[in-house]
Design a protein around this ligand. Sequence first.
Ligand code: ADP
Length: 367
Amino acid sequence: MSTMRFEKVEKTYINGVQAVYDFSMEVKDGEFIVLVGPSGCGKSTTLRMVAGLEEITSGDLFIDDKRVNNIAPKDRDIAMVFQNYALYSHMTVYHNMAFSLVLRKEDSDLIHERVMWAADILGLTPYLNRKPQYLSGGQRQRVALGRAIVRNPKIFLLDEPLSNLDAKLRSTMRKELKELHHRLSTTMIYVTHDQIEALTLADRIVLMKDGLVQQIATPYDIYYDPVNLFVANFIGTPPMNIFTLRLSETGELEVFDNKIDISGHPVYPTLRKGGYFGKDIVIGVRPENIKVSRASSGAIGLPSVADVYELLGHDALLHFNIGNNSVVAKTAERDEIQTNEPIVYTFETEHIYFFDKETEARIYGDK
Ligand code: ADP
């Protein structure tokens, strides 16, 4: 169990690439932190600096209030699970899990106790005498986790540990990881490019882009309260619909030939005071906040025509155009809406997000 503190941590590789800028945060004891962002945004570099596998170029890293910048990896009491967790194929599950403790010359009774404990937690007790090739993908992944947890480290670091698994297994392992975290209550830092993993696993998400932290927040807040266009667009499947519209001189949202009254929206006073009337503005609307109906139903809304209908099961996605923008809405309509069928749509006005066109920062209402 451990707390961590990053103070203005930066990393520049010797080839001059700056991978991480000004990374500052405090991690609480037992917290599950997920670093997420597109490939190359600096997630793994950050994790490797925690592990001690990469030197910190500037700034300070503290584990339990002790500065660890110059502490060797083996002395940091950290266990790491990688995407490519090569198990030792000639060793049984038992010996794979015991191996790191054997190398550390731990007492054999203690090793046995730890391996049996980890096997119990991970549901591996019946497989302890098997070799890895006789295990399923999920079982192998659990052995990789077992190798890390037998050491009972202060902190777990996990670098895309599920990305080699198929979609179904990934979702099972997500649940198992969450249960494991509940049982162990160990601080975990988890790296992924998959926003679903971030939303489902994290106590808090750190969303990065180009080496810069964009937002640190709970999954709920990052979904419902994104600080900028990048965060808004990165989190959510399908992503938030984003398009540029014009605010009229009198503060109505011009959706091509139509005008939407947004005077009840919390940001309306800010838009007025901030000089946004009469200018282009970027808006974001999540697919679940656009209501679509067949025009033939007599529902009220702005007109368009259906493009593609995709049934997901409980609900469906309907793609259509607003002006030149391709938009997707979630709908409970079970009967397939045919391509080119006339539809009407409405925005749930209170759920429209507004962003500054130049800075791409979210525009907030008066707090
Ligand atoms: P992510 O894990 O988010 O995909 P990385 O932390 O691996 O991103 O990489 C961040 C940036 O640092 C990228 O531009 C990458 O090319 C660069 N980088 C990573 N490792 C090295 C290295 N050993 N030497 C030089 N540049 C590197």
